[in-house]
Design a protein around this ligand. Sequence first.
Ligand code: NDP
Length: 261
Amino acid sequence: MALSLNLSPSTVLVTGASRGLGLEFVKQFLKLPVPPKILIAGCRNPNTAESLKNIANANPSVKVIKLDVQKDEDIERASQETKSIVGDLGLNLLINNAGILDRDTGSLIATTRESLQKHFDVNVTSPIIVVQKFLPLLNQASALIKSNELSASKACIVMISAALGSQKLIADGTFAHANWTPYNCSKTALNMATIMISREVRDSGILVIGLHPGWVRTDMGTDEAPIGPEESIADCLKVISEAREESNGRQLDLKGKVLPF
Ligand code: NDP
């Protein structure tokens, strides 16, 4: 079924598209009334990403590229590859989705320096570097659209964050069960990165939002989660399609509610 949304970026890049929410983003972008002309799906191991490969085989607009967000050489090569694929169009929409959560090293007792550094590397450092390297392509896409209105159809960066990164919600005890210090701290830092980047690129006409996709049944979210990827991403796309200036730098949940920092 086609999603009836006012969202028509010509070019899109999704990181972490091999499975879970990243893969679902790819599936649902293809169902938009005006699907992207070019939909780039970044994943660590294109050779083993079977679902993604099947989608790409059936949809010429989908280009699968190797992108381990922890590797600078991958980010550099992926940005060059993307540049040659999108040509004059630039990049309208970057979805920084790749992320990790290791529950086993979540508590103070169980955590390690290695786990803390890995969560920060994948969940904070990497999305910032990805934005840095793809910024010229976002600028290019933004400059092509005359309207000054910020929107995901013009130029937009979506940081897939988590309500667990909200200091207020954690301090309130809203998520008392989720004692995952490395993950929660990394998402808090990602939220700050969202604010900082949104300020820096505002004058280039690029919208930057953080987005909490809900607690979702994926490998990360586990089977205990209340909603599936289809429902989560349908809602996320609606939020992305409606985001404008007032959402810039903010954290939204999948219903479009602004989350406290
Ligand atoms: P999954 O664990 O199901 O999938 C994670 C994805 O990230 C995989 O495609 C994985 O690739 C990719 N990934 C991990 N490390 C890297 C890396 N170094 N380079 C490139 N890709 C990488 O998680 P979800 O789909 O559930 O999560 C997606 C995002 O949503 C994350 O940012 C997460 O924090 C956020 N989120 C999820 C929630 C949930 O309940 N599911 C709740 C709130 C936020 P590979 O297959 O190669 O391992």
